[in-house]
Design a protein around this ligand. Sequence first.
Ligand code: ATP
Ligand code: MG
Length: 194
Amino acid sequence: MAETVRTFIAIELPPHVRQFLADCQQRLKRAGGDVRWVRPDLVHLTLAFLGGVPADMLADVEAAARQAAAGFGPLSLRVQGAGRFPPRGLPRVIWIGIDELSGRLAELQKALAAATAAFAEKVEGRAYAAHLTLGRVRSPRGGRDLSGAVDAMSGQTGPTFEAREVTIFKSDLSPQGPAYTALARIALAHGGGN
Ligand code: ATP
Ligand code: MG
């Protein structure tokens, strides 16, 4: 069988945003709960998850992503709010939201997902919601207090940043946690008004 590479496309976060996320985690940790927190330096904004891609197709994925992103310029993003999936009952995922006012982030996400769908192991059926995964809940222990602490953050406004590129990542999962390796960086360098 051909070797496959676990692949996703994401926007990386600058240090001041990672620091904000670390602060959010510290506050939430005080609430208790049984959570596997994502290391702040590994948090990113996923735009498209492709799963296992045959290694010999990665160049085609990159070409398709480059073409999809070609019309896009830098995006102004703002960290905003916090929440949980699912929104009611015991949480499974704790996240921090991302706002982008022009609608270009949603367009970029759609374009990248559509351009790379043919290479994806499994195409995501759900509507896209921009979020940063802060932690994954391991068990129901302390879930109610955790939910309360997350909800108390739902109105918060965080730092802003500019995304100037998207990155195609390889993900290697292990019991020690995931390791991400950048395979390609694609500039959002279109000069036009966006
Ligand atoms: P782990 O799986 O060990 O918790 P991880 O989720 O960070 O680590 P991956 O599973 O390789 O690592 O996922 C890489 C990125 O793609 C993450 O941002 C993850 O949230 C996202 N992702 C993973 N699976 C899916 C999926 N089925 N649909 C949408 N996004 C996904
Ligand atoms: Mg995962």
